[in-house]
Ligand binder design. Structure first.
Ligand code: GLA
Length: 376
């Protein structure tokens, strides 16, 4: 039988921008991401020869046996595919093999959750191939499986905000996530009707790249520092610390990390309140305060991010900050759509002045989450 005669499902999963609430997910805290129009599309087709074949428009193809998923022989980007198959316990049901074709408009490793979009597109297509149509709880369960794929299979110690944003995102909404119970985070959609007031988010991809997988990455170090600070305070996660606890932390690095987490959680709560009354000025101020905290206390910004934020603010953005893990990646700026070109040009000029390659910009609105788009 030819592979094309076997069932096929195509699914779409968006990248995300984290509006605010950075480096709080793995600290039991709060985040407020939204899904963006940049997305990954995965077409999965069952096979009958036991082969796993993964192709992508952004990376080299990978071909091996489906059994390689269990023996962890799958390498490179295809390990994200294998991780999802593993996390969804789909090795046995897929014994005949699987063909995976991926296309994406999300820059790889650029801080817009290309990995989560890949995982979620595979996961939602896989569930459909196996006859499942997830409800809202099912979507959160899939997001958690994707997080496990990334953390426990691929080995990138990420925290869960990206996968939930991709799975639960909705047009004109942000997803408020409270990780107080990390395995079953509480999620609520929060209206974010930027267009109603002529606003948009300008995403600037600095082109500077971070890596989250290496054990000695800045991201892994930040996690370790947060865990150490929580242990010092005797709290299960750093988000259970209070501002008053800061004085009792002797290590100045741990004190700064804690101050970021505590103040960032407060900023998320304040942002949700500001959005209830569409106080865009307040939102802008909170975004910029978040950047300052990530730059000075959490120390995950870099020159490219700081210059983009500063240039955006100088050119009239309501607020701006780095988004995602940091050490490169993207910034976001809250702009009036009519001023977006001026903000963009100001950032480009600043980059030319620093001798850096031109950054890439995307003007985005909160968009829909992962879904099946075709099946046959
Ligand atoms: C990366 C991780 C997320 C989160 C952010 C920082 O994007 O994948 O889980 O920790 O960094 O907020």
């Amino acid at each position: 039988m030819s592979a094309t005669a076997l069932p096929t499902v195509t699914a779409f999963a968006p990248g995300r921008v984290n509006l605010i609430g950075e480096h709080t997910d793995y600290n039991g805290g709060q985040c407020l991401p939204f899904a963006i129009p940049l997305a990954t599309t995965a077409t999965l087709t069952l096979r009958d020869d036991g082969i796993l074949r993964a192709t992508s428009d952004q990376a080299e193809p990978w071909t091996g046996r489906l059994d390689d998923v269990t023996s962890r022989q799958v390498t490179g980007w295809a390990s994200y595919v294998a991780g999802v198959v593993w996390a969804l316990d789909a090795v046995a049901p897929l014994a005949g093999g699987l063909d995976v074709q991926v296309t994406s408009t999300i820059p790889l490793g650029g801080g817009l959750s290309s990995s989560a979009a890949l995982e979620c597109s595979i996961a939602i297509a896989l569930e459909a191939l196996l006859g499942q149509t997830p409800d809202a709880d099912g979507r959160s369960r899939i997001a958690e499986a994707c997080r496990r794929a990334e953390t426990e299979y691929v080995g990138a110690p990420t925290g869960g905000v990206d996968q939930l944003a991709s799975m639960l995102g909705a047009e004109e909404h942000a997803v408020h996530i409270d990780f107080d119970d990390p395995r079953t985070p509480a999620t609520t959609l929060v209206p974010l009707p930027l267009t109603a007031d002529g606003l948009a988010i300008l995403v600037t991809d600095t082109g500077a790249r971070h890596a989250l997988v290496e054990d000695d990455s800045g991201y892994a170090r930040r996690r370790a520092e947060c865990d150490a600070a929580a242990a010092t305070l005797g709290v299960p996660t750093l988000s259970r610390a209070a501002f008053a606890d800061l004085a009792s932390i002797a290590d100045p690095v741990h004190r700064r990390r804690t101050r970021h987490v505590v103040t960032e959680n407060a900023r998320v709560v304040e942002t949700v309140d500001a959005l209830k009354v569409q106080d865009w000025g307040r939102l802008g101020a909170l975004l910029t305060a978040s950047h300052e905290s990530l730059r000075d206390d959490f120390e995950v910004s870099c020159a490219e991010l700081d210059v983009a934020v500063e240039a955006a603010l100088q050119a009239g953005a309501r607020g701006a900050r780095m988004t995602g893990g940091g050490f490169g990646g993207c910034t976001i700026a809250l702009v009036h759509a009519g001023e977006a070109d001026a903000v963009r040009a100001a950032i480009d000029t600043a980059y030319r002045g620093s001798g850096w390659p031109a950054p890439r910009h995307h003007l985005v609105q909160p968009s829909a989450g992962a879904r099946v788009v075709a099946r046959s």
